[in-house]
Design a protein around this ligand. Sequence first.
Ligand code: HEC
Ligand code: HEC
Length: 459
Amino acid sequence: MSLKANHRLLPIIALAGLSLAGATFGMASEPANKVAGDDYAGTVSLSAVAQLGKKLFYDPSLSGNGQMSCATCHDPANHYAPGNGLAVQFGGPHLDQPGLRAVPSLAYKMSTPSFSVGAESAADEAAEAAPMTEASGVSLANTPAVVAGPLTAQAVVKADSNAPDLVPQGGMFWDGRVDSLEEQALQPMISPFEMANADAATVYAKLKKGYGKEISDLFGNNVLNDQDMAIAEVGFALARYQIEEPSFHPFSSKYDAFLRGKATLSDAEMRGLKLFDDPNKGNCASCHLDKMTGDGQMPNLTDFEFEALGAPRNPAIPANADGKYYDTGICGPLRNDTYSAQPQNCGLFKTPTLRNVATRQVFFHNGVYRSLEDVTRFYVKRDTNPDEIYPKDANGKVEKYNDLPAQYQANIDVIDAPLNRKLGDTPALNDAEIADVVAFLKTLTDGYDPAVDGTKAEK
Ligand code: HEC
Ligand code: HEC
């Protein structure tokens, strides 16, 4: 069975394997760490499969260099994102090969729908059935006990909603190139600038050696003796770990507490939320959805759709030293399929969740920004004051949209507010308003405890 061709079958095969394994699956085990501010799950037991996934997640011997595990780049102490301020991380056999993109957090990936270019809104699709919720068999979006705060359905004010059939959405990675967490796992293991195993066969040999007994106990000898099946099950185990371990999706931010009626926002945070929502000001919520759904699911702070924002080129990425190199998102360099050959997809990247965004040190797919103020300023000044956003060439001409080849610049979103203003217009947010938006973004960090933090002075 080829991993690539049959990816949609993986969860089913994996589940079949699990039912064969019978009693092993779902048995109580050591309790996972309780997350600060987590008031819904109590103590959670990881299934045997998720426990295997946990070991794999932290095992550096699975890397070509023996020094790098998933947790090296996806650090649990930092909401599963890097703890350092590098635009791209270094991997490879000698840990000196630079990556091409900023490392996303692995938190809140479970509601990511499969990649599609279709009419259905990704948010709706995610609410119905996400690959991860399917695999887990339970919906993980916790239902709050007390519901207060804004409950109106998310206003969709995107100009492109007239042509939803053109909007790519979902999938894993900044370019959506794989559909599920299961499938995703092999990629970092064999990537030359990440864990850098020579090939899938090398990974398989290591798995057999280090985890042979566990794999055959859980999934049977047939799986252990089949390279593709064994790797698929390991992907499934890693996915189960990310699904079952509560710290991947604690929903314990101040904003969550606010939505549940258990916290009040400060004046600045509240002003920031209004600006974030206002279609004529930040309009951020049109892409970074921030309302609870009607059935009580907490918001993902993303609609999972792809957009070309035209972020400035980042000279700190070594690959960018080559003036002819461009990261065009769906069109490559890391994606290679029918979608990557379609010019209208070039320059588009997946809208990331803004949960825990204030704990990140670099922002956007290329890590070009280092503060939330600068990111927010980019949105409102990209077209009104491009000289403050982009560098100038030798003749003093502003190099607008300098990280995308000219033939794709028409894909850049100039329709959705606040990206719809023209040169010389007043920016949609002034500096004080930008500060308010940033104050709101800081309420999205997990680990807020209403009982403790709520009593601190608010201003
Ligand atoms: C050297 C650093 C590094 C290591 C090690 C690493 N990753 Fe990643 N991870 C990345 C980068 C960079 C991306 C984004 C790549 C892209 O978009 O093309 C990413 C993306 C992901 C994503 C998609 C997240 C999203 O927002 O769509 C998942 C899931 C993931 N990694 C899981 C893992 C797992 C599981 C392991 C261990 C088997 C692992 N990673 C090891 C750097 C790393
Ligand atoms: C048209 C959709 C859209 C709108 C409107 C929008 N965003 Fe985004 N946002 C995106 C996309 C797409 C990215 C990723 C772009 C990239 O990496 O090239 C992103 C990335 C970000 C990031 C970086 C996150 C990270 O992990 O690197 C922040 C912060 C952010 N947006 C904040 C905002 C704020 C604040 C507003 C309102 C002023 C806003 N966004 C409006 C689509 C949007």
